[in-house]
Design a protein around this ligand. Sequence first.
Ligand code: SF4
Length: 75
Amino acid sequence: MVLVEKTKNKIKLLGMARQHCANWDNGNCLGCMIKSKNNKLTFRISSKFANKSCQVDKKCRYFDNVVTPGINNAI
Ligand code: SF4
């Protein structure tokens, strides 16, 4: 039963990433991680994510810190 719930959650998260994440590229991640600190916007390409399958279900900070707030604010 736990496996079913984990699978459902993963499918839900992948659907959200597909629909809302700018890094989504046909199931893979572009790996461009953006963050804002002290009124400065920075980005870097993360080798952990770039050109690999979306890892939204394995703790993606970009999804948690950038994508999710955008969804919640209906951006
Ligand atoms: S791993 Fe994170 S940043 Fe990359 S496509 Fe998935 S949700 Fe977006």
